[in-house]
Ligand binder design. Structure first.
Ligand code: ATP
Ligand code: MG
Length: 344
């Protein structure tokens, strides 16, 4: 499985919060890049259940169920279990340990400025009652990334502040103690943020504006036919707006025939092209992408034992990596009391 030649490969770490199954925003934002790079990088994928708990602590059952759902999505999109290490965050306590030391290297006022966390606090309506665990999740994400010595992190653009925060922590740690941690870079895709069915800036699990990878063909059709478009494009003969129109945003992301798509956009702008026609075309394009994913997902769902086994093996392998990093981090800080020689 993991041949020794992997030692020379650079590493990818990325992951998802198991708060719901994954959607087509995840696919274009991050999953496609992971699949494309899984054989050229040593790839670690983290099911971030501890992070999911920071705003779902009252519903751990939901988090637990979605670990399995997200794992099915991974396998369905073509992440190859012979190349990828799949891990459950809560079963790797070294990540939590590293987080505790990292918390000393950031200030509360700096954390307050994180634009993604700020937006999420507003969106979730936390007001002044932000759980402390949620507030500091960018720090735990820095531990996720560095625990596995990742060089590259394929993410959507909402994660840029987290990667920057990680680099700052790594520099701080390395200069204060010893240079043992790796500074990561982000990898953005061509579609770093897919908008929602409702025209909201971000398709999101928690906003009810998503097409999920496991949605049935009927469900996808229902969602596409109900999509928000240009509100001023009432009749087919009206001139239409392409910009900010999610139907065209999805075609941009998924339609391989760019020349035909440009012609379609022109027609829509000019007037004479109805929403229903464009939506039917989008549906065909999406089905081309989703049908094989849906079929593979259903296949893996039949063998829960095998999926469980992949998670168990991956988590054990990941834990060994994180333990190694933690050992080096303790040594760097001089907190390795019981390592040889005993009289250090
Ligand atoms: P939650 O609402 O629970 O935070 P989420 O949809 O934001 O869910 P995450 O698990 O937080 O999903 O993010 C997983 C990865 O997918 C991240 O790299 C994130 O940037 C990316 N991602 C999420 N939504 C989109 C989107 N609409 N377009 C592109 N990338 C996305
Ligand atoms: Mg998110």
């Amino acid at each position: 499985m993991h041949s020794t030649q992997n030692v020379t490969k650079k590493r990818i770490l990325t992951g998802d919060r198991p708060t719901s199954p994954l959607h087509i925003g995840h696919l274009v934002g991050s999953l496609q890049n992971r699949v494309a790079l899984q054989h050229s990088y040593e790839t670690f994928v983290l099911l971030a259940d501890v992070q999911a708990m920071t705003d779902n602590f009252a519903d751990p059952q939901k988090v637990r169920q979605n670990v399995y759902e997200v794992m099915l999505d991974y396998l369905a999109v073509g992440l190859d279990p012979s190349a990828v290490t799949f891990m459950i965050q809560s079963q790797i306590p070294e990540i939590a340990e590293l987080t505790v030391f990292f918390l000393n290297l950031v200030t509360v006022s700096h954390l307050r400025q994180n634009p993604t966390v700020k937006a999420e606090i507003a969106q979730k309506g936390f007001g002044q009652s932000v759980p402390a665990g949620f507030f500091v999740y960018p720090v735990s994400q820095a531990a996720d990334i560095t625990a596995f010595g990742a060089h590259l992190v394929p993410v959507g653009d909402d994660q840029l502040p987290m990667i920057e925060q990680t680099r700052e922590i790594v520099r701080r740690f390395n200069s204060l103690y010893a240079p043992v941690l790796t500074e990561p870079k982000e990898l953005l895709s061509a579609v770093p943020r897919l908008m929602g069915l409702d025209g909201e800036a971000k398709m999101s699990k928690s906003l009810g504006n998503a097409i999920f990878l496991g949605d049935s063909a009927d469900k996808v059709a229902q969602k596409v036919m109900g999509m928000y478009t240009d509100p001023h494009h009432l009749r087919a003969s009206d001139q239409g707006r392409v910009e900010g129109n999610p139907v065209f945003a999805y075609l941009d992301a998924f339609d391989p025939d760019k020349a035909a798509l440009e012609a379609m956009k022109e027609h829509y702008r000019r007037g004479g092209l109805g929403d229903v026609k464009v939506k039917k075309h989008l549906l065909e394009v999406l089905e081309g992408v989703l049908a094989p994913i849906r079929a593979r997902r259903a296949e893996y769902a039949q063998d829960r034992g095998a999926v469980q086994q992949l998670l168990r093996q991956g988590t054990a392998r990941g834990r060994a990596e994180a333990a190694q990093t933690m050992q080096e981090a303790r040594q760097a800080m001089g907190l390795d009391y019981f390592s040889e020689p005993a009289d250090r």
